[in-house]
Design a protein. Structure first.
Length: 410
C-alpha cells in the first residue's frame, strides 16, 4: 500500500513521466493507470488488493434458480434440500436442477439452516402398521395436545390421517373432547372419503374406556359400521409413529407461536392441511405428496347404521340401560357402554359362553356363577374351582402387529 500511495503522489507532482515512474516502481504502464483510476474512484481504499477469482464459476447454480431456492426456503423454513429440489422439478419439468447437496450448501452459505439438536437415532418402529399396505386400510386418529391461543382460549385439535399415504383427512379443533363432537367429525370424514377397514388410536377417551374390552361408545359405533378399532399398547406412542411425526410438523407450523384466537388458529390448520397434502413432498412416499398417493375408499358411509347380525348358533341378548342382559330369570352385568345393543353368546361347553359384539369376541360368560370375565390369553378361568373355562377366544381388538384379516370370523 505504501508503494502504491507513493506512486500516486509522485504522479500528482508531475516531476516524472508515466514511463519513468513505472520503470522506477517496476510495474507496467497498464498497472500504473489501473492504480490511478482506482485511487480517483475510491481513494486509498481503491488501492487494496482485489481477489482475482472469477465472480461465478461456469458450473455454478444459475442466479435465477438460486433466487427460487431462497424464496422457497424462506417460505418453508423446515423444508430440506431434497424437498426443495422436488418442488423445483415438479414446477418446471424438464429443467436441469442442482443436486440436493448443492442446494444444501447454498442454504448453509446464506444462513438459512435451522440448527437441530443432535439425537441418538434408533431403528424405526414399523411393524405395527406393516398391514397398512394401501389407502384406507388403516386410519390413525389422535388429539395433538392442547394449547392456548393468544386470547387464552384452549385448543384441542383432532387429527385423522391415512396411515399408508399420510394424507391428512381432518385437522379440526373441538370445543370438547367428548363422544358426540368427535363422532360428528368422523362422520363428516366418512361421508367425504368413505370408510377405512380399521382405525388406530391410543387408549384415551373417547376412543377407548375402562369398560369391558376397553370399548367406548365411539368404538361401538365404529364396529357397527364394520370398522375394526385398533389400539396401541399403553405408553407406546411410537406404535402410531407416522401420525405422531405429523403432529410434530403441525405444531411447528401452526402452534409455535399460536394464533390470536380460535378462528385464526383453525385457518392456520386448514392452510397446513392443504399444504401438507398437496404441496409438501414426503420422503417415505418417494418424494410424492400424500394427495398423489391417496384415493377415497369404496366403502361408503351408510344412510342407516346397520345392526349386528348373529348366526343361528348364537344366543342373542339385548343389553339394558344399566348394562345388564337377562339370563333366564337373572340379570347379568355386562357393560354400560353396550346399553341398547345386542350381543351374541356362543356356547363353548355346558358352563362357558364367549360373548360377541358383532364379529368381535369381547368377554367370557360363566353361566353357573352368572358373571362376565375379561378375555384372557393363555390362561384358564375357574382354576381352583374344579372346573376350568374353555380356551379363551382371541382378543376383541386387533393387536398392534395383527392384520385385520386375521380376526376370528363369526
Amino acid at each position: 500500500m505504501e508503494e502504491k500511495l507513493r506512486f500516486v503522489f509522485e504522479h500528482e507532482l508531475r516531476e516524472r513521466t508515466m514511463t519513468e515512474l513505472c520503470e522506477r516502481y517496476e510495474i507496467t504502464r497498464q498497472t500504473g493507470y489501473v492504480w490511478l483510476r482506482r485511487y480517483r474512484e475510491a481513494g486509498a481504499a481503491g488501492l487494496v488488493e482485489h481477489s482475482r477469482a472469477t465472480h461465478r464459476h461456469h458450473n455454478q447454480m444459475p442466479q435465477e434458480i438460486e433466487q427460487q431456492v431462497l424464496e422457497l426456503r424462506q417460505a418453508h423454513m423446515r423444508w430440506g434440500p431434497r424437498k426443495l429440489k422436488r418442488i423445483l422439478e415438479r414446477d418446471e419439468p424438464g429443467r436441469s436442477c442442482p443436486a440436493a447437496s448443492t442446494i444444501g450448501a447454498l442454504l448453509q452459505r446464506e444462513g438459512l439452516v435451522v440448527p437441530r439438536r443432535k439425537r441418538v437415532r434408533t431403528a424405526p418402529y414399523t411393524a405395527p402398521l406393516a398391514h397398512a399396505d394401501g389407502p384406507n386400510r388403516v386410519w390413525c386418529a389422535d388429539f395433538k395436545g392442547w394449547f392456548r391461543t393468544g386470547d387464552g382460549e384452549r385448543i384441542d385439535p383432532l387429527t385423522i390421517s391415512d396411515a399408508h399415504s399420510r394424507y391428512l383427512l381432518r385437522c379440526q379443533a373441538v370445543e370438547k373432547t367428548d363422544t358426540a363432537r368427535v363422532q360428528a367429525i368422523f362422520e363428516a370424514a366418512f361421508r367425504e372419503y368413505g370408510m377405512p377397514a380399521a382405525i388406530r388410536t391410543d387408549n384415551g377417551a373417547p376412543f377407548a374406556s375402562r369398560a369391558l374390552a376397553g370399548l367406548s361408545r365411539l368404538a361401538v359405533w365404529w364396529i357397527k359400521l364394520g370398522i375394526v378399532p385398533e389400539r396401541i399398547a399403553a405408553g407406546h406412542p411410537e406404535q402410531n409413529g407416522r401420525h405422531e411425526r405429523m403432529h410434530r410438523t403441525l405444531s411447528q407450523e401452526t402452534a409455535e407461536p399460536p394464533a390470536a384466537n380460535r378462528r385464526k388458529q383453525q385457518r392456520a390448520s386448514d392452510r397446513f392441511r392443504q399444504e401438507y397434502n398437496e404441496v409438501r413432498p414426503h420422503e417415505a412416499l418417494g418424494m410424492r405428496t400424500p394427495a398423489e398417493v391417496y384415493a377415497p375408499s369404496a366403502r361408503k358411509f351408510p344412510e342407516h347404521v346397520p345392526e349386528p347380525d348373529y348366526p343361528v348358533n348364537m344366543l342373542v341378548r339385548s343389553v339394558r340401560r344399566k348394562g345388564h342382559f337377562r339370563w333366564k330369570q337373572d340379570e347379568v352385568f355386562l357393560s354400560e357402554v353396550l346399553w341398547g345393543e345386542r350381543v351374541g353368546l356362543l356356547q363353548e361347553n355346558d358352563r362357558w359362553f364367549t360373548v360377541y359384539f358383532a364379529q368381535h369376541p369381547i368377554a367370557l360368560f360363566d353361566s353357573q356363577q352368572l358373571r362376565v370375565a375379561p378375555l384372557l390369553t393363555n390362561s384358564k378361568l375357574g382354576e381352583g374351582e374344579g372346573d376350568a373355562s374353555p380356551s379363551p377366544s382371541p382378543s376383541p381388538l386387533v393387536e398392534p402387529d395383527q392384520k385385520v384379516s386375521d380376526m376370528r370370523p363369526v
